[in-house]
Design a protein around this ligand. Structure first.
Ligand code: DX5
Ligand code: ZN
Length: 223
């Protein structure tokens, strides 16, 4: 499959959100990546349901909701009602991950598990068949515009090998510091969903930046 691009709304212009949403609608992006931060699991607060519902109103593509919150179980159905197509929870925030994953799937959403940079992918060994997506954090979660952590390549390769023959359609999403400089290398390692916030919204032409991330040209890429 061709890789998917999920621009992160966190870096959008919140005073002009409708503009940025419509730009993403017109672009080659596949999903809207929506970061929910509670100020407890991560040292930052982003936004909640009123903003999410406003995004849902205009977004013409699936919402990929990344929950950086403690106790996500409490809010799963509310996120579904606010338009989530995918719901990703952090393994570090879930005591009963299997139960949480099942609850997400029962709502009719794709179930994702996010791992912080220090969390080994081998912790997914006994839940690999049950999940649709793994979000590998390639920065410490909480903020956009941080530097990509190089150890992520190793994690992608290990996870892709683990999933081989067990969950071949597993989506491996990379979140943090993704740009046209590392996108090709991430895909080659086995990733198939790229989140990009800063790279898209700080570009002179965000629409073109999405096009370039989607249509990677090996001749023009960095390593
Ligand atoms: C970080 C968020 C990311 C963030 C990525 O905690 O989960 O989705 O928006 O932003 P960039 O692409 O700017 O690193
Ligand atoms: Zn995210």
């Amino acid at each position: 499959m061709k890789h998917l691009i999920a621009p992160s709304v966190l870096s959008a212009d919140f005073a002009n959100l409708q503009n940025d949403i419509q730009m993403i609608n017109r672009s080659e992006a596949d999903w809207f990546h929506v970061d929910i931060m509670d100020g407890v699991f991560v040292p930052n607060i982003s936004f909640g349901f009123p903003v999410l519902k406003a995004i849902q109103k205009y977004a013409a593509k699936p919402l990929d909701v990344h929950l950086m919150i403690v106790n996500p179980d409490r809010y799963l159905s509310e996120f579904k009602n606010a338009g989530a197509g995918n719901i990703t929870v952090h393994i570090e925030a879930c005591d009963h991950l299997h139960r949480t994953i099942n609850a997400i799937k029962e709502l009719g959403c794709k179930a994702g598990v996010a791992l912080n940079p220090h969390t080994p992918v081998t912790l997914l060994e006994d839940i690999l068949e049950d999940i649709d997506l793994v979000c590998l954090m390639s920065v410490n979660p909480g903020f956009g515009g941080q530097k990509f952590i190089e150890n992520t390549y190793k994690k992608i390769r290990t996870l892709r090998t683990m999933a081989y023959g067990r969950n071949d359609s597993l989506l491996i999403e990379i979140d943090g510091g993704v740009s046209t400089n590392n996108a090709m290398k991430l895909i080659q390692a086995g990733a198939n969903v790229l989140v990009a916030g800063n790279a898209v919204f700080s570009a002179q032409d965000p629409f073109l930046e999405i096009f370039e991330l989607k249509n990677l040209n090996p001749g023009l890429m960095g390593s």
